[in-house]
Design a protein around this ligand. Structure first.
Ligand code: S3P
Length: 172
């Protein structure tokens, strides 16, 4: 198993923001799977969804994880919110490193992402209901492939970072 620190969780849980702060705290560089895919495809995620569809994007995520396993170590890797939905990715994530699931409530996601236009899966008539429905379907999958679950809804960034850094320190 590799020594990467992986962040998973629903859209809006703070993977990117936590990842950036964590990269300072742990002195590691950060890779974001969405950004990695966007760079490779030369277009943003919403355009990839529109042009090739969600299934093709999911395959790109699996390909991305396989490439990261082959090429990266000692990194922080923040993942797209749907990546743990594919069962195939669970074993790959385990191989890639330690998985921290940032668990967030649907209310916090809605507050953070209302008005967002960059997430194709939330462009719905009723985003609040869509968030609730998607999150409850995904929760067991996030939990299944996590090594640690970090509740983030009512915590500051400092508290979240401290919790992860503590777990990383205890491991040694
Ligand atoms: C998705 C989450 C997004 C992005 C894509 C699909 C999902 O990433 O990968 O829009 O299925 O939850 P973020 O979690 O970084 O928003």
């Amino acid at each position: 198993m590799k020594d990467n620190v992986i962040l998973t969780g629903f859209m809006g849980c703070g993977k990117t923001s936590v990842g950036i702060r964590l990269s300072y705290a742990l002195k590691r560089t950060i890779i974001d799977t969405d950004k990695w895919i966007e760079k490779k495809q030369g277009m943003v995620v919403s355009d990839i969804f529109a042009k090739y569809g969600e299934a093709a994007f999911r395959q790109m995520e699996t390909d991305c994880i396989k490439t990261l396993i082959a090429t990266q170590d000692h990194q922080i890797i923040s993942t797209g919110g749907g990546l743990p939905v594919r069962e195939e990715n669970h074993a790959l994530l385990k191989e890639l490193g330690r998985v921290y699931y940032l668990k967030v409530s649907p209310e916090v996601v809605y507050e953070r992402l209302k008005g967002d236009t960059t997430r194709p899966l939330l462009q719905s008539e009723d985003p609040q209901e869509r968030i609730r429905e998607l999150l409850s379907k995904r929760e067991p999958l996030y939990e299944k492939c996590a090594d640690s679950i970090i509740e983030v809804s009512n915590k500051s960034f400092d508290e979240i970072i401290e919790e992860i850094v503590q777990k990383e320190t205890d491991r040694k």
